[in-house]
Design a protein around this ligand. Structure first.
Ligand SMILES: [Mn+2]
Length: 368
């Protein structure tokens, strides 16, 4: 097996590791993580990072603005893969850093660290594309995902998780007894922790009479528009924090235009770390630098220059070529979305151009 520092050298240059090395890394990490509780405890100072989604150049930018491992401690909140073009590079770099500096970097599981989800949102295809049509690397990596921890508690009072709370979880001890070494289930506590979202917008009902036009935001658990997990309101959060002697919740999982979003007067904060998400959303990103439990700084950043050249290069060109070559339907009759779907039928699924275009075509509102 390659030495870890040799792996890091290759990865920081953007190169791929050999299949056998990824197999060994996955095995070693599983050995390490099987020893860890579902809920790990760490201390400040630590920098909290939200979704990366295969945006490898933006991950390098995070280490640039936030400091490299091991000089800075990091907690990643999950969703390392899918959608971006460099999920393999992203997850393998984080894996090697975890093995090399196990106490300096911690990785939680996101809803995309799943066999089922990665088959639909790009990671499976990317593994096949980068490893000669062979799915072994995807198998090694998704087997490793089953060992990732679910939650982290910082300084005994900041609760961190990818998605949010669950109607099946009142106490943190109930999280500790989940059998997490498995694919993420469709429902139940483990699914909710990686899928749920806070909700504090008033619900507007256009059919209501004038005095009942604005409904109070729900205080409780509601069905999620994502089709998995729940949305949860302020009273759910207050009850959970009080019962567990926690002061705040940090989570990721939702795109934020400014890179972070604060709910319920600061009881819940979303950290989002994928700038210009899918190379098209135009959003900022942030990392949350926690110096102590009450002293922190949102380090906001924009996309790495490499993404811009990617965006102006292959994606735009493919889109233009598609419309230029289309003789049957005038482009004005096609919405851009329809055009992308029609195009997917005839393209090489493993090409970077396909991946870039398909990432660019996805909706973001309720994406998984
Ligand atoms: Mn997510």
């Amino acid at each position: 097996m390659m030495k870890l520092d040799e792996c890091l050298e290759l990865l920081y240059k953007g190169q791929l590791l050999p299949e056998a090395t990824i197999r060994a890394l996955s095995y070693k990490l599983k050995e390490m993580l099987v020893q860890q509780s579902n809920v790990i405890h760490i201390s400040t100072p630590v920098t909290v990072v939200g979704d990366i989604h295969g945006q490898f150049h933006d991950l390098l930018e995070i280490f640039h603005i936030g400091g490299p491992v091991p000089n800075t401690n990091y907690l990643f909140l999950g969703d390392y893969v899918d959608r971006g073009l460099y999920s393999v590079e992203t997850i393998t770099l984080l894996m090697v850093l975890k093995l090399r500096y196990p106490n300096r970097i911690h990785l939680l599981r996101g809803n995309h660290e799943s066999r089922q989800i990665t088959q639909s949102y790009g990671f499976y295809t990317e593994c096949l594309n980068k490893y000669g049509g062979n799915s072994k690397v995807w198998n090694y990596l998704t087997d490793f995902f089953d060992y990732l921890v679910l939650c982290c508690i910082i300084d005994d009072e900041l609760f961190c998780v990818h998605g949010g709370l669950s109607p099946n979880v009142q106490t943190i001890d109930q999280i500790r007894i989940i059998d997490r070494f498995r694919e993420i289930p469709h429902d139940g506590a483990m699914a909710d922790l990686v899928w749920s979202d806070p909700e504090d917008n008033p619900i507007i009902d256009p059919t209501a009479t004038s005095e009942g036009f604005y409904y109070e935001p729900s205080q409780h658990f509601q069905v999620s528009p994502r089709g998995a997990g729940y949305t949860f309101g302020r009273s759910v959060v207050e009850k959970f924090l009080q019962l567990n002697n926690m002061s705040r919740i940090y989570r990721a999982h939702q795109l934020c235009n400014e890179g972070f979003q604060i709910y319920f007067d600061g009881l819940v904060t979303t950290v989002w770390s994928a700038p210009n998400y899918c190379y098209r959303c135009g959003n900022k990103a942030s990392i949350l630098e926690l110096y102590s439990k009450d002293v922190y700084y949102f380090n906001v950043f924009e996309e790495a220059p490499e993404n811009k050249s990617l965006n102006e290069g292959s994606t735009t060109k493919v889109i233009q070529e598609y419309f230029n070559n289309d003789n049957n339907i005038s482009s004005s009759q096609l919405s851009l979305m329809d055009g992308f779907e029609a195009m997917e039928e005839s393209m090489d699924l493993f090409s970077d151009a396909y991946q870039a275009r398909s990432a660019a075509s996805r909706k973001v509102e309720y994406f998984l």
